[in-house]
Structure formats: structure tokens, C-alpha cells
Write a protein that binds this ligand. Structure first.
Ligand code: MIG
Length: 713
């Protein structure tokens, strides 16, 4: 009697302990880093979801879920559909969700993750475009912030409300949650989890000119010539689809582009780079060498019966490389060898959602088969659809690295996935030449930055339809602040080069592009910061003060880095962060009613250069430091400097300089320059441009590391 009593007591205690243990040490949710937790659904289909191509590493358990962890996903199944409900709080402002149409603040919005060729964003109300980012950034009234990463490449629907709701017909995914004190720290943590943009070549930060398409080669030369003749700085000319021989990728039209190497050399001599388009659809043509190789190597995506899948794109019926296969990616890399040897500087991967014509889905069937390999399991297209573009640009980037090991790759991709900033820059696809899309481009570039992709921009002037003079002028004036700044337009539209609408628009455009090149030292420093920290290049105004809730909806004015505020001329009642931001002009005569207002943060120093016609002339040897001293007279700023290309910077051949300005008792400003990182030596002179009352008051030049400048009155 006594024995059995104590035995059942022991059993009861054991059961209770086990229960306790499983509560505090739940195998389904745990900490995987400081302020980062992962939550698994009860049944987790690792074959359907792993390996994660969004994350750079598997989230390893470092401890139990901290007590009082706020954001906890709840998993359930409703009518066969997996549902995740995540209470995020009534007062929280929600952002992120990547490349979609809509306002910066995304409360109340529903988006879908399903890469879609979405001409002028007309399909599906713009709920899904070319790229997918299953990622939410939440900012609470006190500025404390969180991030929610739904680690699934399958189609999701995400509704942003007090309780965020995610549904998927794919397997129930795990969810990672980041907790930080402010939104910038959350975005940095996203960069740690999903990787960062590698440092691009400096030329990719220059202004770029494109259209569908410049041909023949004489027209390309003419466009390049116009830029130089008119003194409008420009770094890159883009070759769209018509350079190809009958839309066969990796070929050149023998009549229109008989001598691509000659054309590229011509451009290079005039300090232009040449970027060429490559699409994934391979023309089904048994005389076409790439198609023959792909067939011989069994590289094509299969239909559900296991036969070669064909779908129409530009060249007519096409086969599509199965980029989930390591052998196929290796073959794809190899195709670039000869192509790059023609002097191609960068690659533009388009149509890689993948886009397929004449079907309602605009893509291939979801039950097409991908074979995987090298750790990726075989799976239906539904599993790999959102990863198709990412896998394509990964191998494109690797090809550039392989065949031009001394150059930094530049790849632009239309489709991609969360984490895809590791491989390619992006643009927001086929926008329209409308005022609405000009305005929309700002929340879109901000949102992509908040979703891990710093290197992005919209087609300046708009793609679909024809721009009008005034629209182009305003678009040039604002577009030069996109991290990726390229004018591009659809075929058969009115010309929209900066000079296409006459003298006035040309003058506005020249001033705008001049401003971008003047700001290049600052911009390049921001790209360096983005590549190291994952912070965006353009940032929403609320980054200036995460606790000022009045900034949370501002999507006309924005920040370039931390120190420069850009306010378009058409902004209606734009908000301003607190503090003595100073508005200034970069060039004496640049107030034409189009150029955005620029303002410098109190306590900031912004390094600017002189106007140059391309980055080939960039020499950070005479730098003007724009200074807006804080109330105590102090200011700080940074300048990153390296070769502008290549990888010597990875071995110390770079410099990060810190500038500090302080006010001295004798009413002079003292400038101290200190190299805080890197070993690169530079002979450089500086002057101070004190920003005051809308004007800039310049000191003389000095090359001393410490120097006093008289305080102007
Ligand atoms: O079906 O290559 O978004 O920038 O000019 C259109 C032609 C295919 C779509 C891209 C656009 C490009 C166009 N491409």
C-alpha cells in the first residue's frame, strides 16, 4: 500500500517534470542567437523546405526560448491549408514584404509570394511582382522593433494586421523572429541571417542608360556620344533583347551587332561599360548550339510526365534550364566564358520568374519537375518557382567571378528571393511612365531596402507607355537618388533619354545626374556600409528617429544613408525629423524647381567630389566635406575608399576615414581626419563646406590631417 503510493508519487513527479521540461525546453521553439528565435510547426516537412536558400546558415540552437518572448507564431491547419497566426500588437507599424505595390507602411495589406511577370503591375493588384520576400518588419510606438522571417519558398499569402496571418498550400514553414531595440538593428540582423550584397564595382553606382532596345551598334555609339557631347555624366549603356540573333541567348545578331567586341571596346575607350541581357528561355532549335548542349546534357526542366518542358517566350518555343541541378548550373556558368570574352562588363538576367507567354499563370506549370541534386531535393515547380531566378543569378555571378576573377561582378536580376542580394542587384521591373508610378517608386525602393536588398531602383522615366517632358524631368531629378539609377523604356515608346524633350528637361537631367556624381564619395561609403552591415542605402525617414511616430508613414521624403534627407519637389506636407537639419544646394545654380531639396543632419559630415563624366575619372583626391555642426559645434562623417573594382580591398587595400569637426575657443573649426580601417594610403586634400542658412560656405583646401578653419560669419 505504502509502496504503491510512493511509486505513483514518483511517477507523478516524473510526469510533471517532463511536462515542465518540455515547456521550457520545447524542441519546437528555441533561441538561435541573441534576440533571435525560431519556431517550428508540429510537423515540419524538411524535404519540402530544407535546405533554406534564404538563410546563409542553418539556425543552430543556442538556448531555450527566452521568457517573456513577445512574438509567438501559432500554427494551425484550416481546411487543408497551413495557417500561421502571429499577434503583433495593435499599435505596431508594419513594413517590409519586399517587392510589391503599395504604401511604405503596410498595415492592412495582403501580399503574395509568387514571382510574377507583372507588366505595369496590373495583375493581381500588384500583390505580387517579380521577387518574393516573406519578411515583415514591425516597429512599436517606442521604436523597439521585430522582424518575422517565414522560411518558405512556396507560395504564401501574408496579411498584415494586429495578428499577422500567413497561409500556404505548401508545407507548414518554420518562422524566425528577431527582436531588437530599433528598426535599423532588425534590418542588420536580417542581413546577418540572409547575407549581404557584395561590394559592386564603382561603375555600377554611376548613371545608366537603357531602352528596349538600342540597335544597331551604330545607335548604341550614337547614344554614348550624346552623353559625352552634352556633358551628362553616364557610366553604362544597356543592351536589351534585340542584340541577340533571333532572341537566342549568348549570341549576337550578325547584322545589327556584327562586331560586339569592337562595339564594347569603342564604349570602353569612351569610359562606358556595357551590360547585356541574358534570359533563361532557350530557343528550341536543333541548329542552336546552346539548345543542343542543353539537350545533350539533360539540363531542361521536365513536365510532370518527365518529358522536356517547352513554353513560348521571345524566341518561340523554349526549353528552360533546371537551375536546381548542380550540373546545369555548371553548364550555365560555362556558357558565359565566350560571351564575356567579347568585352561584356555586366549581365542582366530578365524573365527569370520564369516568365512564359500565352498561359494565364504567366509561368510554367506548378507540377513541372525539378531534379535538384547536391543537397537540394527533387521537387515540383511549386517548390522551386520562387527560387528559380535566384539560382540562375547565383550561377551567373559565379561565372563572372570565374572568368573575370579580378573584377567585381555586376548582375541585375528581375526575379529573386529573400537573400538574393547575395547574387544580384535588382530593379522593380515593368513600371509605367505615370506620376503614380514615380511616387510609388519611393516606397518600393525603401521597402526593398528594408527587405534585405539595398541595391535596387525603378526604371527612371517609367517603362510602360511614353513619358512626357515634365514627368521625365521630375523622374530624373528624384531617380538619381535610387541606389540603382537607370533610365529605361519599353519598345516603341517615345524616346526618353535626358535630351529627348529639349533643352529644359536636358538641363534638369544634367543637374540631377551631376548631383549623383558629386555625392559619389558619400554614396560609395553607403554601399560599403550596406555590404558590411546589411543596412539599406536609402532609408525611410523614421530611421532618423524611431520613436517619432509621426514619421512612420512618410514615403515622399526619404534618407540617403543616415545624414542626407531628400525631399522631392512634389511632396505634399512632407514630415521632417526633429533637430536642425539644414537644407542646402549642391551647385550654385541648381534650383530649377525640379531638384529635390537636400538637407544634412545636424552633427553630420557628407563627403562630396567634383562633377565627373563617368566613374573612370573618379579620384577621391579633393574632397569637400559638407558640415552641419550640432549645437555643440561637433560633427562626424566617414569616407570609404578603394580601387573601385577588383578584390584588393579584401586584403586591406582600402581605407575608411573618419572625419571629426569640433568648434574651438578661438572660433575656428578644427577638422581631424583619421583612418580607422584599412591600409590604403591616399594623398588627399580637403576643404570644409559649412552648411548654413541654405548656402555652403567653403574654406580653402588643405592636406593636413588636422587643420583649423576660420568659422565663417
Ligand atoms: O517581355 O527584354 O522587364 O526591362 O526591356 C519583356 C525586353 C521582356 C522585360 C523587362 C524589360 C525589358 C523587356 N523584358
Amino acid at each position: 500500500m505504502k509502496t504503491s503510493y510512493s511509486l505513483s508519487l514518483v511517477i507523478a513527479v516524473c510526469v510533471a517534470l517532463r511536462l515542465l521540461c518540455s515547456c521550457s525546453a520545447d524542441h519546437r521553439s528555441y533561441s538561435c542567437g541573441a534576440g533571435i528565435a525560431v519556431f517550428y510547426p508540429e510537423t515540419f516537412d524538411s524535404v519540402g523546405l530544407l535546405p533554406s536558400l534564404a538563410l546563409v546558415a542553418e539556425p543552430a540552437r543556442v538556448g531555450n526560448l527566452p521568457r517573456r518572448w513577445q512574438i509567438k507564431p501559432r500554427f494551425s491547419v484550416e481546411e487543408g491549408v497551413n495557417v500561421i497566426a502571429i499577434p503583433v500588437g495593435k499599435e505596431t507599424d508594419l513594413y517590409g514584404t519586399g517587392e510589391v505595390v503599395g504604401p511604405l507602411r503596410r498595415n492592412g495589406a495582403t501580399i503574395a509570394t509568387w514571382n510574377l511577370d507583372n507588366y505595369v503591375y496590373a495583375l493581381n493588384k500588384g500583390k505580387n511582382l517579380y521577387q518574393s520576400h516573406p519578411w515583415i518588419l514591425g516597429v512599436r510606438p517606442d521604436g523597439s522593433s521585430f522582424g518575422i522571417l517565414v522560411d518558405s519558398p512556396w507560395r504564401l499569402e501574408i496579411t498584415l494586421s494586429d495578428t499577422a496571418r500567413i497561409t500556404t498550400e505548401g508545407p507548414a514553414p518554420r518562422v524566425l523572429v528577431i527582436e531588437r531595440d530599433d528598426p535599423a538593428s532588425v534590418v542588420k540582423a536580417l542581413g546577418d541571417l540572409t547575407g549581404k550584397m557584395e561590394m559592386p564595382p564603382l561603375w555600377a553606382l554611376g548613371f545608366q542608360q537603357s531602352r528596349w532596345s538600342y540597335f544597331p551598334d551604330a545607335r548604341v555609339k550614337e547614344i554614348a556620344g550624346e552623353f559625352r557631347k552634352r556633358n551628362i555624366p553616364c557610366d553604362v549603356i544597356w543592351m536589351d533583347i534585340d542584340y541577340m540573333d533571333g532572341f537566342r541567348v549568348f549570341t549576337f545578331d550578325p547584322a545589327r551587332f556584327p562586331d560586339p567586341a569592337g562595339l564594347n571596346a569603342y564604349l570602353r575607350e569612351r569610359d562606358f561599360k556595357a551590360v547585356y541581357m541574358i534570359d533563361p528561355g532557350i530557343k528550341k532549335d536543333t541548329l542552336y548550339d546552346v539548345y543542343r548542349q542543353g539537350t545533350a546534357g539533360d539540363h531542361w526542366v521536365k513536365d510532370k510526365e518527365g518529358r522536356e518542358f517547352n513554353g513560348p517566350v521571345w524566341p518561340g518555343p523554349c526549353a528552360f534550364p533546371d537551375f536546381t541541378r548542380p550540373e546545369t548550373r555548371e553548364w550555365w556558368r560555362g556558357l558565359y566564358e565566350k560571351f564575356l570574352a567579347a568585352g561584356v562588363d555586366g549581365v542582366w538576367n530578365d524573365m527569370n520568374e520564369p516568365a512564359v507567354f500565352r498561359v494565364e499563370s504567366h509561368t510554367m506549370p506548378e507540377d513541372n519537375l525539378h531534379r535538384g541534386g547536391g543537397g537540394l531535393p527533387p521537387g515540383p515547380h511549386a517548390r522551386y518557382h520562387n527560387l528559380y531566378g535566384m539560382l540562375m543569378v547565383q550561377s551567373t555571378r559565379e561565372a563572372l567571378l570565374r572568368y573575370r576573377p579580378d573584377k567585381r561582378p555586376f548582375v541585375l536580376s528581375r526575379a529573386n528571393f529573400l537573400g538574393g542580394q547575395r547574387y544580384a542587384a535588382t530593379w522593380s521591373g515593368d513600371n509605367a511612365s505615370t506620376w503614380e508610378h514615380l511616387r510609388l517608386s519611393i516606397p518600393m525602393t525603401l521597402t526593398l531596402g528594408l527587405s534585405g536588398q539595398p541595391f535596387n531602383g525603378a526604371d527612371i522615366g517609367g517603362f510602360g507607355g511614353s513619358a512626357r517632358a515634365d514627368l521625365l524631368a521630375h523622374w530624373m531629378a528624384v531617380g538619381v537618388y535610387y541606389p540603382f539609377a537607370r533610365n529605361h523604356s519599353v519598345q516603341n515608346s517615345a524616346d526618353q533619354e535626358p535630351w529627348a524633350f529639349g533643352e529644359k528637361v536636358e538641363q534638369v537631367s544634367r543637374r540631377a545626374v551631376n548631383r549623383r556624381y558629386l555625392l559619389l564619395p558619400y554614396l560609395y561609403t553607403l554601399f560599403r556600409e550596406a555590404s558590411v552591415t546589411g543596412l539599406p542605402v536609402v532609408r525611410p525617414l523614421f530611421f532618423a528617429d524611431a520613436r517619432d511616430t509621426s514619421l512612420r508613414r512618410e514615403e515622399q521624403a526619404f534618407l540617403l544613408g543616415q545624414d542626407l534627407m531628400v525631399t522631392p519637389r512634389w511632396a505634399k506636407n512632407p514630415r521632417r525629423p526633429g533637430g536642425a537639419w539644414e537644407t542646402f544646394r549642391l551647385e550654385e545654380d541648381d534650383d530649377d524647381g525640379y531638384q529635390p531639396l537636400l538637407a544634412i543632419r545636424p552633427g553630420a559630415i557628407i563627403p562630396v567630389n567634383k562633377v565627373i563624366q563617368s566613374t573612370a575619372d573618379y579620384a577621391a583626391d579633393s574632397i569637400t566635406l559638407l558640415v552641419n555642426p550640432a549645437s555643440d559645434g561637433s560633427a562626424t562623417g566617414f569616407l570609404y575608399d578603394d580601387d573601385g573594382d577588383g578584390f584588393a580591398y579584401k586584403n586591406g587595400d582600402y581605407a575608411l576615414h573618419r572625419f571629426s569637426v569640433s568648434r574651438r575657443e578661438d572660433a575656428t573649426l578644427q577638422l581631424d581626419v583619421e583612418r580607422v580601417e584599412g591600409e590604403r594610403e591616399a594623398r588627399r586634400q580637403y576643404r570644409i563646406g559649412l552648411v548654413s542658412g541654405g548656402a555652403i560656405i567653403y574654406s580653402g583646401w588643405s592636406d593636413a590631417a588636422t587643420r583649423q578653419f576660420p568659422l565663417p560669419h
